[in-house]
Design a protein around this ligand. Structure first.
Ligand SMILES: Cc1ncc(COP(=O)(O)O)c(C=O)c1O
Length: 424
């Protein structure tokens, strides 16, 4: 239906239409559906008590400051805290390299604002984070993508070919990738940073899940490997000791504290921080002063380290329940990834199945997941799906996966019994 408004929409709105999947997912909001579709953390472990104490303390001691406008760059003590956290990776970080954003999602948007002209190419993984595609489609970006396997983005000829398309930057999710749950191997991290340097193409490293590792060894972020590489080139690091490399690192408190805070950050060379500050002024002036002060009050004395242990324990248990239930209930021709952390795993069904059709049947059976096509910027992934294991309780996970196992088996039986002509 055309209205006086949508007749006048900007051209870029054409790339932002609603999809069949989004319409289907609206149905998953009903309370009796077990949903593996969202990306929601477990609400039972939100640090509500700690925030309750912090809010009283902040309002009593610094109430006027907390309710006042504040600098666009962010609350200095919080920026300093993050700079110290980044220094743990061996990067020379100062708070001048940090911009506080309204969630990492805003950092993605700001990068779009300062970097993308209509028709510019962005190199992504396939599958990749849907929210980044949405943010950059608004600036009329085009995408070129490189597949992801069990060790993350395939750092081979396919990457080099994609780089020849002349992307503005590469967008990489190194840890427990959303949506596939896979982690970029150390070897690939090293090669990727070298290739980026060789082609002169900067990298956006989006890392909301890196702190949520349940097993295996912590791997250095791309930004640290890049800093090592730059250190060998003194002419590239002479910005008075400030980070000046080719990687912008995005972090967030959404998965370690609570997503409702809308609190993330960008770690970047100072000139990028400055440009994003200008862009952010046009977007929201600054991230909520009160929220930043509250978060700082909660994290300043080491709370995060303790709390992350709780999150890891709870998510690890849920992941294990989901993996065991898939082993028990899914047909043998269905496969899935085994994430070492994070919130998601990725399911691959037999080629002949269409995950969107499976979702329709799944919703009728009161269970949901997200079909994989949405995460593929260049199409593909019709038989794949993203499953979130952090939000549902273990007993619900078991029941939900059992229901899905039946839906999958029925769907496969139905397709196998179709006459050959109909299948052609
Ligand atoms: C890869 C990735 N980047 C960014 C975000 C946005 O996070 P935030 O809540 O900090 O805006 C998410 C959220 O799920 C994500 O998975």
């Amino acid at each position: 239906m055309t209205t006086p408004w949508n007749r006048r929409y900007a051209q870029r709105m054409q790339g932002m239409s609603s999809s069949v999947i989004r319409e289907l997912l609206k149905l998953t909001q009903k309370p009796d559906i077990i949903s593996f579709a969202g990306g929601l953390p477990a609400p039972e472990i939100f640090p509500v008590k700690e925030f309750e104490t912090a809010v009283t303390h902040i309002l009593q001691t610094q109430g006027s400051q907390a309710l006042q406008y504040s600098p666009t760059e962010g609350y200095p003590p919080l920026r300093q805290f993050i700079a110290e956290k980044m220094s743990r990776y061996g990067i020379e970080a100062t708070m001048d390299n940090i911009l506080i954003t309204s969630g990492a999602q805003q950092a993605l948007d700001l990068i779009g604002r300062i970097m993308i002209d209509p028709g510019d190419v962005v190199l992504t993984e396939s599958p990749t984070y849907l929210g980044a595609l949405q943010a950059w489609k608004a600036y009329q970006a085009e995408f070129v993508s490189v597949p992801v396997d069990h060790d993350g983005i395939c750092v081979d000829d396919r990457l080099e070919e994609a780089l020849r398309a002349g992307p503005k930057f590469m967008y990489i999710l190194p840890n427990f990738q959303n949506p596939a749950g896979v982690t970029l191997s150390l070897e690939r991290r090293q090669t990727l940073v070298q290739i980026a340097d060789q082609y002169g193409i900067p990298l956006i490293e989006d890392d909301p899940y890196g702190d949520l590792r349940f097993e295996g060894e912590h791997l250095p972020p791309l930004v640290a490997l890049d800093a090592e590489l730059q250190a060998k080139r003194p002419n590239k690091t002479n910005d008075n000791g400030f980070y000046r490399g080719d990687v912008i690192y995005l972090g967030t408190f959404s998965k370690t504290l609570a997503p409702g805070l809308r609190l993330g950050w960008m770690f970047a060379p100072r000139d990028v921080v400055k440009s994003c500050v200008t862009a952010k002024q046009g977007a929201d002036l600054h991230t909520s002063s009160l929220t930043q002060m509250l978060a700082y009050e909660v994290v300043k004395d080491g709370f995060l380290d303790k709390h992350k242990q709780v999150i890891r324990r709870v998510y690890r248990e849920r992941r294990d329940v989901m993996l065991a239930a898939m082993e028990k209930y899914f047909p043998p021709s269905v496969t899935w990834t085994h994430p070492q952390g994070g919130l998601f795993l990725w399911v691959t069904m037999p080629e002949e199945l269409d995950a969107t059709a499976v979702l329709e049947k799944a919703i009728a059976n009161k269970v949901a997941f997200v079909p994989g096509t949405a995460f593929h910027p260049d199409g593909g992934g019709h038989n794949t799906g993203r499953f979130n294991f952090s939000n549902a309780k273990p007993e619900e996970i078991e029941i939900g996966i059992q229901r899905l196992g039946k839906v999958l088996a029925d769907e496969m039986a139905r397709l196998n019994s179709k006459p050959a002509l109909e299948m052609a």
